[in-house]
Ligand binder design. Structure first.
Ligand code: GRF
Length: 185
């Protein structure tokens, strides 16, 4: 199969990035990751770029020229899909417009519930019994674009932030890859 080129944006641990990289080894998985972008020099996920020899760029979002440079690199590598995997920075309107319908994000709740940050804390506080994760297209509003896939899990009364995060992330690894396969079906 002719695979499309994808780019993954991270800010932290990169466990979703790792899972995506491993899935790209599957012949039937529709994308290869050709570029990794981090807005944090210390993001742990950069180790996966190094380990799997995938080009990566650390961007300085304070520098007004960063976006131009970024768009340039993404165009050069003929990227058709941008995956936000724990990228903790809001993208500019200009960037979103340039890649309309090609940017997807993974969020650790069943959207439209619990948009934004501190998701697990809020879910536990509200004593939800079911939660999950969502992969959606990115538009100008936070965590609001068209939903591609949602996956659910049950919460137990003794769940805490750590256990909820662990459970949700395991679900995310499947959801992200299934969403990408669904896009190219
Ligand atoms: C994920 O839980 C995702 O839902 C959220 O950020 C987290 C990133 O985790 N957007 P990791 O860096 O992939 O481990």
């Amino acid at each position: 199969m002719v695979k499309k080129n994808a780019c993954v944006f991270i800010s932290g641990r990169g466990s979703n990035l790792k899972s995506l990289i491993l899935n790209t080894r599957d012949y039937n998985f529709p994308v290869n990751i050709k570029l990794i972008i981090s807005n944090k020099k210390q993001a742990r996920g950069i180790i996966y770029a190094k380990k799997f020899k995938i080009p990566y760029i650390i961007i300085d979002t304070q520098n007004s020229l960063f976006e131009k440079k970024l768009l340039n690199e993404i165009n050069k590598k003929k990227i058709s899909l941008i995956c936000l995997a724990g990228y903790m920075k809001i993208l500019s309107k200009n960037f979103i417009n340039s890649y309309r319908g090609k940017i997807i994000n993974i969020h650790p709740s069943l959207l439209p519930k619990y948009k934004g940050t501190n998701t697990f804390k809020r879910i536990l506080k509200n004593r939800e019994t079911i939660t999950g994760c969502t992969v959606h297209y990115v538009d100008k509003k936070l965590d609001s674009g068209k939903i591609i896939i949602k996956k659910k899990i049950n919460l137990s009364h003794n769940d805490n932030e750590a256990s909820l995060k662990r459970k949700t992330q395991i679900l995310e690894y499947r959801a992200f890859s299934e969403a990408i396969s669904k896009i190219y079906k």
